[in-house]
Design a protein around this ligand. Structure first.
Ligand SMILES: [Cu+2]
Length: 276
C-alpha cells in the first residue's frame, strides 16, 4: 500500500517537473488553480484563499462542538444530562454570528463581482461565436467598407494531426491572437445551442446563448498561450471544442492583424503567419 502512495507522489512530482513550459492548461494531477494571467483571476484566487481561511475556522469550531457534545452526553461521562431546551442568549449568538460572517464575506465578494463586470474602454473587441462543435471568432474592429471583417473558425487539432509540443484535446488549428497588457472585450454568443467560453487562467467563463450577446472583458498581463474548453454541455462533441488564446505583444498583434486584414483566406493557419 505504502508503495502505491510513494509511486503516486513521485508521479505527481514528475508531472510538475515535466511541465515547466509557458502553456497555461491543467496538468495531470494538478491541485488548485492554474496560474492567473489577469487581475480578475488573481482576485478570484485571493478570495478563494481568504474564504478557505474562514471555512477552516468554522469547520474546526463545528467539529469541536459536535465532538464535545457527543462526549458530554455519553451516559458514562455524564449520567445526569442537562435538561435545558431553550436559551435566548445562545440562540441570538448562533443566529447573529453567522449573518455577520456572511456580511463580512459579501464585501470582497461583491467588489470582485462588480470588477469582473467592468468594461474599461476596450482597445480591441472580438466576437466569439459558439457552434456545434467549434468556435469562430470575428475581429470586427478591422472591417472594410463592405463590412467584411477578419474572421475565422477554430477547430480542435485531432489526435492524428497533433505535432510535437501541441496539447492533446486543447490545441486548435487557429488560435485567438490578442494583445497582452491591453483592455480587450469579448462579445460572446452562439448559433445553435448553449455553449460557454471558459478560460481558467484568465478567469473567464461566459455563457454563449443563441440570440443574445454576452460581454466579458479581459486584461491579459503576460504573453503566452492560454487554453480553455467549452463549459456548457452542448452535445456529443462538447469535449472537443477547445479554446486557445495566444497573447502577444502589442507590436506583434498589430503585425498579425495587418496580415489578417490583407488576407483573403482567413481559414489559413494564423499562428503560422504570426511566426513568419
Ligand atoms: Cu459547446
Amino acid at each position: 500500500m505504502c508503495k502505491i502512495y510513494i509511486t503516486l507522489i513521485l508521479a505527481y512530482l514528475n508531472h510538475i517537473s515535466l511541465y515547466p513550459c509557458l502553456l497555461d492548461y491543467a496538468h495531470p494531477w494538478q491541485i488548485s488553480f492554474q496560474d492567473p494571467a489577469t487581475p480578475v483571476m488573481e482576485g478570484i484566487i485571493a478570495l478563494h484563499h481568504d474564504l478557505m481561511f474562514v471555512l477552516a475556522i468554522i469547520g474546526t469550531s463545528v467539529i469541536w462542538l459536535l465532538l464535545r457534545t457527543t462526549y458530554l452526553f455519553y451516559h458514562k461521562n455524564n449520567p445526569v444530562p442537562s435538561s435545558i431546551t431553550h436559551g435566548t442568549t445562545i440562540e441570538i449568538v448562533w443566529t447573529v454570528t453567522p449573518s455577520i460572517i456572511l456580511m463580512v464575506i459579501a464585501i470582497p465578494s461583491f467588489a470582485l463581482l462588480y470588477s469582473i463586470d467592468e468594461v474599461i474602454d476596450p482597445a480591441v473587441t472580438i466576437k466569439v461565436i459558439g457552434h456545434q462543435w467549434y468556435w469562430s471568432y470575428e475581429y470586427s474592429d478591422y472591417s472594410d467598407v463592405d463590412g467584411n471583417c477578419v474572421n475565422f473558425d477554430s477547430y480542435m487539432v485531432s489526435d492524428d494531426d497533433l505535432q510535437l509540443g501541441q496539447v492533446r484535446l486543447l490545441d486548435v488549428d487557429n488560435r485567438v491572437v490578442l494583445p497582452a497588457n491591453t483592455h480587450v472585450r469579448a462579445l460572446v454568443t452562439a448559433t445553435d445551442v448553449l455553449h460557454s467560453w471558459a478560460i481558467p487562467s484568465l478567469g473567464i467563463k461566459m455563457d454563449a446563448c443563441p440570440g443574445r450577446l454576452n460581454q466579458v472583458s479581459m486584461f491579459i498581463k503576460r504573453e503566452g498561450v492560454f487554453y480553455g474548453q467549452c463549459s456548457e454541455i452542448c452535445g456529443i462533441q462538447h469535449g472537443f471544442m477547445p479554446i486557445a488564446i495566444q497573447a502577444v505583444s502589442v507590436e506583434d498583434y498589430v503585425k498579425w492583424i495587418a496580415v489578417q486584414a490583407e488576407c483573403n483566406d482567413w481559414f489559413t493557419n494564423k499562428v503560422k503567419l504570426l511566426e513568419q
